[in-house]
Write a protein that binds this ligand. Sequence first.
Ligand SMILES: Cc1cc2nc3c(=O)[nH]c(=O)nc-3n(C[C@H](O)[C@H](O)[C@H](O)COP(=O)(O)OP(=O)(O)OC[C@H]3O[C@@H](n4cnc5c(N)ncnc54)[C@H](O)[C@@H]3O)c2cc1C
Ligand code: FES
Length: 248
Amino acid sequence: MKKELGIIVSNDMVAVDTYKLVINASFSKDVKPGQFVNISIADKAHLLRRPISISEVNDNFITLYYKVIGFGTNKMTLLKQNETIEVIGPLGNGFPLVHKKEVLIVGGGIGIAPLLELAKKLSLDNTVTIILGYQNKNQIYLDKELSKYGELIITTDDGSKGFEGNPVTYLKKHNINFDVIYACGPLVMLKAIDKEYQKSKIGYLSFEARMGCGVGVCYGCAIKTTKGNIRVCHEGPVFELGVVNYEP
Ligand SMILES: Cc1cc2nc3c(=O)[nH]c(=O)nc-3n(C[C@H](O)[C@H](O)[C@H](O)COP(=O)(O)OP(=O)(O)OC[C@H]3O[C@@H](n4cnc5c(N)ncnc54)[C@H](O)[C@@H]3O)c2cc1C
Ligand code: FES
């Protein structure tokens, strides 16, 4: 883990309220798929950093995709080429990689972001199917990039592109053969996948939590699991199927 001033290479809108941010960061070579960075938004009223997943790594560059939600992500849209930003990374555990398996990757909304580097790595020696869920066709991003690494299925809530519904309803209606499932997206999607497959499959789910320090010190991000309260930022954000306790 390193703290450094990353140089902004580009920061472009790629879908409604969704931006692609490329940063030159010296720790890029240490990144595992599913890890994240903490970004300083450098404001006295907003001291907390913002956790954002690392979507892809190329040479010295890390690529992030972020959805504009509130103060911090709005401020990030103003970042310009050659400006610097303080980043800490890589953080978290990342996805374990499997080999010579039939793999299903499921992403929903901005949770699709961490799946690109994962799909790239898994496609080297696995058969990969990818299901991506969006609200509507204007929210679609990363579909072309991900289609290079497996058979791609798109779902939209309103049916404006692909299957009308979400990845979970798609899986209920279609029989897809797989040994291992990887997923990131809304909690309701992760919960449904966990419930359906925890007894029959191997799988890894990436979770979000409101974070404080982001580096394992404050326990602000701890969630209930079968192993007790565990930090999403340190032992997570990726957990095996059947580990997270979804009750409040
Ligand atoms: C491990 C991890 C990886 C993430 N990866 C990405 C990513 O790749 N791309 C991306 O766009 N976002 C990602 N997020 C979520 C991102 O960190 C938040 O959207 C961001 O911090 C919001 O900051 P803000 O200042 O814009 O919003 P704020 O002004 O802080 O919040 C605005 C509103 O959003 C809610 N909110 C903010 N963050 C979260 C959160 N994490 N969970 C639930 N509600 C929240 C707040 O309660 C508030 O109502 C990730 C989060 C985690 C924990
Ligand atoms: S955010 Fe502080 S321990 Fe995870």
